[in-house]
Design a protein around this ligand. Structure first.
Ligand code: ATR
Length: 452
């Protein structure tokens, strides 16, 4: 926990609701990585309270603010200056303290631009297709136009909303750049290799199977698809892109980069690629919300995993069991016939597959799985990794009568545990987000430690 001192500068988020925002996680991690003496918190602002909130924040020497729903437009009235693109869009999500008040920016779209740049895509001279015509679509249409896109199609179920974006962008840039189409008229788009940005709410959790356009022919026109939705991580739109051989991305990087752009404006510093990557992995883990149990055989991964599943309403899976099901044979048989390397590769492909879609699940992983660095990276993106630390004496007790463990066969149990501990304990400790001692078997206490 950061030490808050007399010198600590305050950053925050205003909006309503704000309680579930991931921004505090991102910005406080950035502050700690950057060694800045900042603290970021949320401020729930009631209707009619925006003017007071901005004036009060300035008076309290707040260094910067993010603004979220429903105040991104309203807040503009209370700024002393505004970035021209944010002004054209009519929405601001970042306020930066200046000598005479706050200046407003829209880093949501700068975040999208940075996400595209990350993938080597620039908007200049490209055909862009925007699906949906809400606030995000409007901002992204302005971004595409300001970065010299060749053409921008805005497709929406309700055509007049798309028309309104078209008029706003075309009149601002004084050219006939944006074309509005009814969603069902997507076949009228002639161009190939388009950049498509999915800005509608279709496919958002829990309606994860929904997709705004299901016709595969549409996806063949694309070079890349970006869904601004990040929950689920792999949306039906992204899957449709992939089926057509088109690369696709979700909105999590956009979320990351809007935060990084804001933080850079506040701090005046440049966030490194490695810090961005570190935070991105943290966000992925936070979104997925899985609990991954690692530890020696006998440490209680299955017992405790099933306990969490039952008591905390999460799903439970065991990677060893999953592999046995997939292979239609036991792990003993896999080891005997194909050897350990074959089994380890199966483990990697299994968790890779799981990482694409799994959430709210307790995952008990095989004792050797975390030994491979690649596996730890994948697991880290899936949730909290919990090392179930157990003493040798306790492991001896629990394993004494177990015959179904390939690595324990044919040798003295005590030596085998010593050997495994010597080889794996540090690996488990380094991979873990949380270390929980299991010796007393008190699952309530163990779970509380994970939550903390
Ligand atoms: P934002 O969060 O960007 O402000 P919004 O205002 O909530 O977005 O807009 C949601 C978008 O998703 C709209 O473009 C909406 O289409 P309409 O303008 O026709 O309502 C689109 N959308 C939501 N449900 C849809 C559905 N079932 N089929 C097609 N489009 C849909």
């Amino acid at each position: 926990m950061k030490e808050v001192k007399g010198t600590t500068r305050v950053l925050g988020l205003i909006g309503n609701p704000v309680e579930h925002s991931i921004s505090p996680l991102i910005h406080n991690t950035l502050a700690s990585l950057n060694e800045d003496d900042y603290v970021y918190t949320t401020f729930k602002v009631e209707k009619n309270g925006v003017a007071d909130a901005i004036r009060g924040a300035y008076a309290l020497n707040v260094l910067g603010l993010n603004v979220t729903v429903p105040y991104k437009s309203e807040v503009i009235d209370y700024l002393t200056s505004i970035d021209p693109l944010a002004k054209a869009i009519g929405a601001v999500n970042t306020l930066v303290r200046t000598d005479d008040g706050f200046k407003g920016y829209n880093t949501d779209i700068l975040g999208l631009e940075r996400e595209l740049m990350d993938e080597g895509i620039t908007l200049s001279n490209r055909t862009c297709i925007i699906l949906g015509a809400g606030g995000a679509a409007r901002a992204i249409a302005f971004l595409c136009a300001s970065r010299n896109a060749k053409k921008v199609y805005v497709l929406n179920r309700t055509i007049n909303k798309a028309e309104s974006i078209k008029e706003a962008v075309n009149s601002y840039f004084k050219k006939d750049l944006v074309k509005a189409l009814k969603l069902s008229d997507y076949t009228k788009i002639d161009e190939d290799d388009c950049i498509c940005i999915q800005c509608s709410s279709v496919g958002l959790y829990p309606n994860v199977e929904d997709v705004i356009i299901s016709d595969e022919a549409f996806y063949k026109k694309l070079e890349v698809g970006v869904d601004i939705i990040y929950n689920p991580a792999n949306t039906a739109f992204m899957k449709a892109c992939n089926r057509a051989g088109v690369k696709s991305y979700n909105g999590l990087k956009m979320l990351l980069y809007q935060a990084i752009c804001a933080y850079e404006l506040w701090s005046g510093s440049q966030i490194s690629q490695s810090s961005s990557q570190y935070i991105y992995e943290k966000m992925q883990a936070n979104m997925a919300g899985n609990i991954i149990l690692i530890g020696f055989m006998g440490s209680g991964k299955t017992t405790f995993g099933k306990w969490i599943s039952k008591n905390k309403n999460m799903d439970f899976i065991d990677t060893d069991e999953l592999i046995e099901e997939k292979e239609h044979r036991t792990i003993n048989e896999i080891f005997e016939k194909d050897g350990e390397k074959y089994f380890r590769d199966l483990e990697t492909s299994t968790i890779k597959e799981l990482s694409k879609s799994l959430n709210n699940t307790v995952i008990s992983v095989g004792g050797g799985l975390a030994v491979k660095e690649e596996n730890v990276r994948i697991l880290k993106s899936m949730g909290k990794i919990v090392y179930l630390e157990t003493s040798k004496a306790e492991l001896m007790k629990r394993l004494a009568n177990d015959t179904n463990r390939p690595l324990l066969k044919g040798s003295n149990l005590s030596d085998k545990i010593d050997d495994l501990m010597a080889r794996r304990e540090d690996i488990y400790r380094n991979a873990a987000t949380v270390i929980v001692n299991t010796n007393d078997g008190n699952m309530d206490r163990m779970y509380k430690e994970i939550e903390r």
